[in-house]
Design a binder for this molecule. Structure first.
Ligand code: ARG
Length: 467
């Protein structure tokens, strides 16, 4: 048991208490960030005349040596230290002696852990953004290739109107685009440095907080030292953004599961992204999509957990906040893997165009257009709606589709029908006439693709705080 704070205690901590309190098992994930923050801190301490140049050099050399040794597996992070901060400080003192004891001047573990977690989350926002961009690339590619791949669109999971695969994929493009923008927004709001806030009331040392902040690519220092050590809003915002990403992935997964079912057969998932059954040899299951759908619960759980943890905590730092780490790490890892695997599954998935088109032709998806046809010939819409309703009923009885009826049959239901009706309600016309921006018509889709291509190119070059 190695602690930083033994001075005022006369008895050893109970073993179970120690283990309950310790966080090194999970906060060792913050090792890199802890070193980076400590280097910035001591560089600033030297600039302010609080450390000598030699002391600063010794500490920086010591810290980079520790980082290298851990990276190369020569130094193991072990459980005997309470947390990652204690481990790094103890190693430093072991290696460079007294100068190491000066590293923590003007700092508390409260502002240290606030910084480490911010640096970590900030990096992960970029990481997740890149994974989202990969998915957006795949989606735009599928859109470009499938502008006239007709399929039914659904409401209430009932065939409603015809659309195209490009249009359907475009809906998901917009969702994941908003996710990218949401992350950019969170990044901007959180990018202020808490270091120098001390335990919560700042410090009497003449620290240059703006300088430390700039060394680590922050916009500037946070403006209230009490809030700085107690703020986990950015984690909650990030978990909320991850939850929305997972919600989008889950809806998409559900559709793929339906499209992959024996009844639909709109898609075939690549062998590399599906699994078999141990008993039923014919099975090829959409496990990746199902797992992504299932793991959504975990990420929502992390968000709920953090909201609940934070809700009753008085200012400033309280140990409850140590609970921010495990759930956040798990949610980030889960979302990242889901994005990457889902993207791989989507990019290799084959679309069964024949089945999609056949399904679009069979489900009365042109009923609205048939009504519009009558409206164009002067029939009031409400009457047209009723006429087509009767027509659909007739088709159901005859097991036919509207366009398979003869002109005589059509005229019997309404004399307004003429031979041009077949062209007016063909799948191609139904889609191509929908040309308002955002609709599936070819010209409208081409314009949207151009705008979204620009968005992707711009976003790839504008790299936030990417180093
Ligand atoms: N392990 C702690 C955490 O994750 C570090 C901060 C400890 N500060 C304290 N005053 N005990 O929150």
């Amino acid at each position: 048991m190695a602690q930083l704070w033994g001075g005022r205690f006369t008895k050893e901590t109970d073993r179970m208490v120690y283990q309950f309190n310790a966080s090194i098992k999970f906060d060792q994930k913050l090792f890199e960030q802890d070193i980076e923050g400590s280097i910035a801190h001591v560089v600033m301490l030297e600039k302010q005349g609080i450390l000598s140049c030699k002391e600063k050099d010794d500490i920086v050399k010591g810290l980079t040596g520790i980082r290298k040794d851990v990276e190369e597996g020569k130094l193991l992070i072990t459980d005997e230290y309470e947390d990652i901060h204690s481990f790094v400080e103890a190693m430093l003192i072991q290696r460079i002696g007294d100068a190491g004891k000066k590293m923590h001047t003007g700092r508390s573990r409260n502002d240290q852990v606030a910084l480490d977690m911010k640096l970590y989350v900030r990096g992960e926002i970029l990481h997740i953004t890149k994974a989202l961009q990969g998915l957006l690339d795949t989606l735009l590619h599928i859109m470009e290739e499938n502008l006239t791949a007709y399929m039914p669109g659904f409401t209430h999971l009932q065939k409603a109107q015809p659309t195209t695969l490009a249009h359907h994929m475009g809906a998901y493009f917009e969702m994941f685009k908003r996710d990218v923008l949401r992350l950019q927004d969170i990044y901007k709001r959180m990018n202020y440095c808490p270091l120098g806030s001390g335990a919560f009331a700042g410090t009497t040392y003449p620290l240059d907080r703006a300088y430390t902040a700039s060394l680590m690519g922050f916009e500037g220092p946070t403006l209230n030292s009490m809030d700085s050590v107690a703020d986990r809003d950015y984690i909650i915002e990030f978990l909320s953004a991850l939850s929305v990403i997972m919600m989008h992935l889950s809806r998409f997964s559900e559709e793929i599961i339906i499209w992959n079912s024996n009844e639909y057969r709109f898609v075939e998932i690549d062998d590399g992204f599906s699994t078999g059954s141990s008993i039923m040899p014919q099975k090829k299951n959409p496990d990746i999509a199902e797992l992504v759908r299932g793991k959504t619960g975990r990420v929502y759980g992390a968000l709920m957990s953090m909201l609940t943890t934070m809700k009753g905590i008085p200012l400033a730092y309280n140990k409850d906040m140590q609970e921010d780490k495990e759930v956040t790490f798990d949610a980030i890892e889960t979302t990242y893997h889901c994005l990457v695997l889902f993207n791989g599954m989507l990019a290799t998935m084959k679309f069964n165009y024949q089945n999609m088109e056949k399904s679009a032709m069979n489900g009365f998806t042109n009923a609205t257009d048939a009504a519009d046809y009558l409206v164009n010939k002067g029939v009031p819409f409400r009457d047209a709606h009723a006429i087509i309703g009767r027509l659909v009923l007739y088709c159901i009885e005859k097991n036919s589709s509207i366009d398979a009826l003869s002109i005589e049959e059509l005229k019997e239901i309404s004399p307004v029908f003429e031979a041009d009706v077949y062209d007016a309600i063909s799948l191609k016309t139904c889609v191509e006439k929908r040309l308002t921006i955002g609709a599936p018509g070819l010209k409208a889709m081409e314009e949207v693709i151009r705008i979204n291509r620009e968005f992707l190119d711009e976003n790839r070059t504008k790299s936030l705080g990417d180093k």
